[in-house]
Design a protein around this ligand. Structure first.
Ligand SMILES: NC(=O)c1ccc[n+]([C@@H]2O[C@H](COP(=O)([O-])OP(=O)(O)OC[C@H]3O[C@@H](n4cnc5c(N)ncnc54)[C@H](O)[C@@H]3O)[C@@H](O)[C@H]2O)c1
Length: 312
């Protein structure tokens, strides 16, 4: 998002405590005077004037690892809900033109596919609930305090700078480290489950269009509309040693965004094919050299609580 906004000559203020993201992801802009970085926890925001001159606020800050949320629901509620409310509070007395919220498709639960914005809401675990409450809070603040809000429900975003926290999470980080260390790739279930992957540059274009549009109070699904199987991903990244893990309850067999709304209303289109996106990722595989290495035993341990509660 920062890359795109700086390219368009916006002045950008990044607010991040870097608990999950890396400041080094901004180093290529080090000499750009349009960028400033506030190392701040959104739960401790104090500078009421921080958005006074802002045109747009893009709210991405939060914790995104799904599995650990079952063990730490309060942490997720605090950061993803209360944190969002704190950011919204900073927007109250401003004239921002748009607040764009990074929502999650996990609010749909085990949805019928392709999934439209009108699908019923059914969060199945604390991360999903926290992101949905964050979205609801954004629209509530929008209504009460007249802040123009749009929300993007992200399906499976990926890009060369995805976080590598210690938590068991996003598939690329897990698989890439296993490849680097020549260890078996751990596939959950039979690998035929499909995910609607969307490359980061396409995603941020959607955020920009959702900020620029005159419309507000809108929810837009963003995925590629073309789900891909985990087995295909493994094939594309050249994994040959494979270890299969038990299918996880509560996780859909297929995520598939119906993207008609954003295509029609914001004239947005995904441009990076899955094959191309994976190629970009492989070029930067060294980024995962220091990522945690996951194996069956470690994953069994990390997902124990998940199975305990989600199997019922
Ligand atoms: N990546 C996806 O597929 C996906 C899907 C649905 C929704 N989302 C949402 O999009 C947003 C960005 O996701 P991402 O995958 O880029 O994750 P990310 O972890 O790379 O980005 C989140 C950023 O928030 C920062 N952060 C965390 N807690 C904070 C706090 N208390 N104060 C200030 N900053 C804090 C982290 O340091 C990190 O840089 C998240 O809100 C996530 O829930 C992502």
């Amino acid at each position: 998002m920062v890359d795109l906004l700086l390219k368009k000559n916006f002045k950008v203020i990044v607010i991040d405590n870097f608990s999950g993201g890396h400041e080094k992801n901004l180093h290529h802009h080090k000499k750009n005077t349009l960028l400033s970085v506030e190392r701040t926890d959104i739960l401790k925001l104090k500078n009421k004037s921080i958005f006074n001159d802002a045109t747009f606020v893009f709210h991405f800050a939060g914790i995104g690892d799904i599995v650990p949320s079952i063990e730490k629901p309060i942490k997720y509620m605090n950061i993803n809900v209360q944190g969002t409310i704190n950011v919204l509070e900073m927007c109250r007395e401003t004239n921002i033109k748009k607040f764009v919220y990074a929502a999650s498709s996990s609010c749909y639960g085990l949805a019928s596919t392709p999934t439209s914005e009108k699908n019923k809401i059914s969060p199945l675990y604390p991360y999903a609930l926290s992101k949905y409450f964050g979205e609801q809070s954004a629209f509530h603040w929008g209504k009460v305090y007249r802040i123009p809000i749009n929300s993007i429900r992200i399906f499976n975003a990926y890009g060369t700078r995805v976080r590598t926290t210690g938590a068991y999470g996003a598939v690329f980080g897990v698989f890439f480290k296993q490849i680097i260390d020549n260890q078996p790739i751990t596939i959950v279930g039979n690998g035929r489950q499909r995910r609607d992957f969307i490359y980061v540059t396409d995603l941020v274009n959607a955020f920009y269009l959702a900020a620029k549009t005159k419309d507000s109070g809108q929810i837009y699904n963003v995925g590629s509309g073309n789900p891909q199987s985990i087995n295909k991903l493994v094939k594309l990244i050249g994994g040959n040693k494979i270890e299969y893990l038990p299918k996880r309850p509560g996780e859909p067999d297929c995520t598939w965004a119906n993207i008609s709304k954003i295509k029609k209303e914001l004239n947005w289109r995904p441009k990076v094919s899955f094959e191309k996106g994976v190629k970009f990722m492989l070029k930067e595989i060294k980024n995962w050299e220091n990522a945690p290495l996951w194996n069956k035993e470690k994953i069994d341990k990390a997902t124990r609580t998940w199975f305990k509660y989600m199997s019922r």
